[in-house]
Design a protein around this ligand. Sequence first.
Ligand code: SER
Length: 315
Amino acid sequence: MKDVVLVVGSSGQIGTELVIELRKIYGNSNVVASDIRPSSEKIIESGPFEELDVLNEKRLREIIKKYKVSQVYLLAALLSANAEKNIEFGWRLNIRSHSNVLDLIKDGLVKKVFWPSSIAVFGLTTPKQNTPQYTIMEPNTVYGISKQTGERWNEYYFNKFNSDIRSLRYPGLIGWRAKAGGGTTDYAVNIFHEAIQKEKYECFLKNDTILPMMYMPDAIRATIEIMEAPAEKVKIRSSYNLAGISFTPKELAEEIKTYIPNFKISYNPDFRQEIANSWPQSIDDSCAQKDWGWKLNYTLEKMSFDMIKNLKENN
Ligand code: SER
């Protein structure tokens, strides 16, 4: 029997793309999309969709039973910038959604869980270049603290209850199907939209702010690969570093100019600059490569080409 998969947060930046890929693998009717907001037409029309506030544990359990769900991908969260503006809700949503889902697996209702962590688990005292898998972690944002807490719980549930939870520390994610969702790395998505529509963009980070990023097709593939890997290959149960590609707003703007020569960028840093300054500039993901065979595909050049092509074709 094929697994039935529940994606919580199917209207967000990752969920919008992940549901489509999972439906190709598991079959449309075996991937249940859910979100507090309506998802894209493509998602609602191609398979089941349930309205769900993941903080409502009773409703979550009803959906699990109704569809006999065996795997959950939990993507609902308040990202770094939004969580700073709404501290209590950010903390509650990020922590309680996770504990509600972890209890599903502890109680034997589902077999496997995916939960994303982030480069936000690192902080000012972390080595910034080639940040190792195991290093100093002193996050100083609501989002980063919630992700660090979540990682500890992942490992605890694995050790204590043998719960099969898998996790990746995503870099900033860049995709064309959905808008960015309130994070510090959003500029790298917004810049493409505005370059195409207005040939100009005002960036909320300084020109030389290096951050690790990843193109969505790589992020979706990494997510599905770690979930499909044999359990014994998933040796790290907190969360795996993922490197992606590191660049500055200036470098990205230069790349965009090769396709849109009149494109102009200006800089007006806001509160997100401080968040960016506390995060790594590049990541060492050799553990993911060694343990379950992770390999990056998209470079900055390849990603920019594909983003611009898709945004032009689909707008
Ligand atoms: N991209 C996220 C953010 O900026 C980090 O995980 O909040």
